[in-house]
Write a protein of this length. Structure first.
Length: 228
């Protein structure tokens, strides 16, 4: 492979598949607000009953996209749908989000990525309420190779002043060629639906891939992250 082909096959982007009813948010600062308003109007044309919520939807999605941009995200999608908890016939709004950030620096050093994730999580959790159901494992993603998966149920403050349980699932995926780490973060404040959401988030993670300048999938050649 010559130098030009090698450059073309370098991982320069990412892709992931989300359900059709999710909002894939534009992150370009210049066109973001108008594009989001257009997305909402397209959805209202398909689902007219949402028309009375247009302004609220636009404001919410713009705020989410702005927050994602401030974090340096390369991808963000948001969902809001009706969910049913257990055998109860009542439904309630369930929201969920996926965010992808690429870290260009390698702060892992000589430690395994699994050990680094566990240590970083411990540092970030210092002084905060204890997290429940904390689990870190090495998994195989079909298109992106091995990754460290972190699943947590944790409390956080609701805007009404009460603490609620949230679900957080993160995938730490080495970028092919050793050029950083892709952090895929799935989150939802609806931990009551943790089982269903975990299945959904993991299925979405299985579609994640790195892409080259032509939009083609770059097959990962990641060394084993498992403890030998």
């Amino acid at each position: 492979m010559n130098e030009q082909n090698a450059e073309r096959r370098a991982a320069t982007g990412v892709q992931i598949t989300v359900p059709n009813h999710w909002w894939e948010l534009p992150l370009d600062r210049q066109a973001r607000d108008d594009a989001i308003a257009g997305l909402v109007d397209e959805r209202i044309a398909l689902t007219p009953r949402l028309s009375s919520h247009r302004d609220g939807l636009v404001a919410m999605l713009r705020a989410i996209a702005a927050g994602a941009t401030s974090l340096g995200a390369v991808y963000c999608a948001q969902a809001a749908f009706a969910g049913r908890r257990g055998s109860s016939p009542a439904t309630a709004a369930v929201t969920a989000n996926v965010l992808i950030v690429i870290s260009q620096s390698d702060n892992v050093g000589n430690r395994s990525l699994l050990d680094w994730v566990i240590r970083q999580t411990a540092v970030q959790s210092s002084g905060r309420p204890p997290r429940e159901d904390h689990e870190a494992t090495v998994v195989d993603l079909p298109l992106a190779g091995q990754a460290v998966r972190l699943r947590t149920i944790h409390p956080y403050a609701h805007d009404r002043g009460t603490d609620i349980q949230g679900l957080l699932i993160q995938y730490f995926v080495p970028v092919p060629g050793g050029n950083g780490i892709a952090l895929i973060t799935f989150s939802s404040p609806s931990a009551g639906h943790a089982r269903q959401l975990t299945e959904l988030f993991d299925a979405m993670a299985d579609t994640f891939a790195f892409t080259d300048a032509d939009g083609e999938v770059v097959v990962a050649d990641t060394p084993s992250l498992r403890v030998q």
